[in-house]
Design a protein. Sequence first.
Length: 148
Amino acid sequence: MNSWIAYLMITVGTFIFMEGVAWFTHKFVMHGFLWALHKDHHQKKPHFFEKNDAFFLLFAIPSILLFFFGVRAGFNLMFYIGLGILLYGIAYFMIHDVVIHQRFRFFSRGKNRYVKTIKRAHKMHHKHLGKHNGESFGMLFAARKYWQ
């Protein structure tokens, strides 16, 4: 197998794996011991900047470090894992902050079935204003029940 295909597979695999990391982090960290940072995101009328935005660093720091050490080692495996994390972060930002929460009004009239599904799943997540009894902790892959 060509090395570029292997690196592409590593990058895509990391991207997909990050949905699981995001789900786990959202359910057990954001709705757990770091609820104080995530709580303002569940307010009815959040401000443009939220304490919740600090979680950006939680995912950005590992990606930056993997890029740094991956480049220093000659664009090895670490670089492509960092790239997968970065691409997931960009997708998460576009879906969560731009499409769903409309923090930036680029795509306000989405009629796409996928967009409607993830908006529905996220709306169900936000119907719970507290840290307990939540649902739909993922972002890019919605459960089957939200596709109905």
